[in-house]
Design a protein around this ligand. Structure first.
Ligand SMILES: Nc1ncnc2c1ncn2[C@@H]1O[C@H](COP(=O)(O)OP(=O)(O)OP(=O)(O)O)[C@@H](O)[C@H]1O
Length: 279
C-alpha cells in the first residue's frame, strides 16, 4: 500500500504536472479529503476512483484552483494552482460538455483563446487544427445542438486543449455516453493524450475504464477521501491513429487487464471495509 508519488513519466521528463502534499479539505464540519499526497508526472495518465462522495471531484477542483485546500500544498506544472489557472496550464472537461448553444462548434473551441486575447485569425487556425485532432473538422460551422452527445464531448475536449495545456482535468467526461461511444472516446482520448503529450487526471466510476486508460489508478477510501492504494494501469502504447482502437481492444482481452481490474476492485472493497465515515 503506497501513497508515494513516483516521478516516473510516460517517457517524458520535466516538471511534474501535479504535486499535492498533505492536502485536507473540509466544507464546514464535512471533511471531504484527508492527507492526500499525489504526484502526476509530465505526460502521465492518472485516474481517481472511489465510492460516491469520497472527494474525487473536490480533489480535481483543488488542482484546478476552484477550491482552496484547508491545509496542504498544491503545485500544478511547477506553479501554484492560481498561477497555473491564470496561465491556462490545464484544460478541464466535465460530464456535461457545457458548450454554448449560440456559438458555432469552432467558436466554442476558440473561447479560452478569446478570453486570453488571442487574435481572430490565430484562434480560428487553432480551432481548425483541434477539430481535426478530434475528427470534427467538417462540423466547425455547426451548432452544438446539431451534434450527438459523443461529438459534443469531443468538442469539449478540443476546447480544453485549445491553450495547449500540459494537463487535462477530466471529471467523468464519458459518464453520460452509451457503452460503444464511451469505448470509442476512450481510444480517442488516448490518441490525443499521446499526440499532445498532455498529462491527464481523470475521475471515473468505471474500473475497466480506469485500467485501460491509465498509467496508474489511484484508489480512494470513503469520505474523508484518502488514497488507500495505487494500482498500475494498462494504458496501451500509442503508435499511430489507426492503431489505437485496436490497441485498446487488445488490452481489454489480456490477462493483465483482468488482473488489474481485480486489484482495483479488491482495493475498493478493502478501503470500504476499513475506513469509517467521518465528518
Ligand atoms: N461546495 C461544497 N459545499 C459543501 N460540501 C461539499 C461541497 N463540495 C463537495 N462537498 C461534499 O464533499 C464530499 C465530497 O464530494 P465530491 O463531489 O468531491 O465527491 P465525489 O467523490 O466526486 O462524488 P461522486 O462520485 O458522487 O461524484 C461530499 O460529502 C460532498 O457533499
Amino acid at each position: 500500500m503506497s501513497t508515494e508519488a513516483t516521478a516516473e513519466t510516460n517517457g517524458t521528463h520535466g516538471t511534474q504536472a501535479v504535486e499535492l502534499q498533505g492536502v485536507d479539505k473540509s466544507f464546514g464540519s464535512v471533511r471531504a479529503l484527508s492527507g492526500v499526497d499525489l504526484t502526476v508526472g509530465a505526460g502521465e495518465f492518472v485516474s481517481l476512483i472511489g465510492p460516491s462522495g469520497c472527494g474525487k471531484s473536490t480533489l480535481l477542483r483543488v488542482v484546478a484552483d476552484l477550491e482552496e485546500p484547508t491545509t496542504g500544498t498544491v503545485a500544478v506544472t511547477g506553479l501554484t494552482a492560481r498561477q497555473a489557472r491564470l496561465a491556462q496550464r490545464y484544460g478541464i472537461a466535465f460530464q456535461q460538455a457545457g458548450l454554448l448553444d449560440w456559438r458555432t462548434v469552432a467558436e466554442n473551441v476558440e473561447l479560452p483563446l478569446q478570453v486570453h486575447g488571442v487574435g481572430k485569425a490565430e484562434r480560428r487556425r487553432r480551432a481548425v487544427e483541434l477539430l481535426e485532432l478530434v475528427g470534427l473538422a467538417e462540423f466547425a460551422g455547426s451548432r452544438p445542438a446539431e451534434l450527438s452527445g459523443g461529438m459534443q464531448q469531443r468538442v469539449a475536449i478540443a476546447r480544453a486543449l485549445a491553450p495547449s495545456p500540459r494537463l487535462l482535468l477530466m471529471d467523468e467526461p464519458f459518464g453520460a455516453l452509451d457503452e460503444m461511444t464511451r469505448e470509442r472516446m476512450q481510444a480517442e482520448l488516448l490518441r490525443i493524450a499521446g499526440e499532445t503529450g498532455a498529462a491527464v487526471l481523470f475521475v471515473t466510476h468505471s474500473i475497466p475504464e480506469a485500467v485501460v486508460l491509465s498509467d496508474r489508478v489511484v484508489v480512494m477510501s470513503p469520505r474523508p477521501g484518502r488514497i488507500t492504494e495505487i494500482v498500475s494501469g494498462r494504458r496501451p502504447p500509442v503508435a499511430g491513429d489507426d492503431l489505437v482502437p485496436d490497441a485498446v481492444e487488445d488490452v481489454r482481452e489480456t490477462g493483465a487487464f483482468f488482473e488489474a481490474v481485480t486489484a482495483v476492485r479488491e482495493a475498493l472493497r478493502k478501503g470500504a471495509a476499513t475506513e469509517g465515515h467521518a465528518g
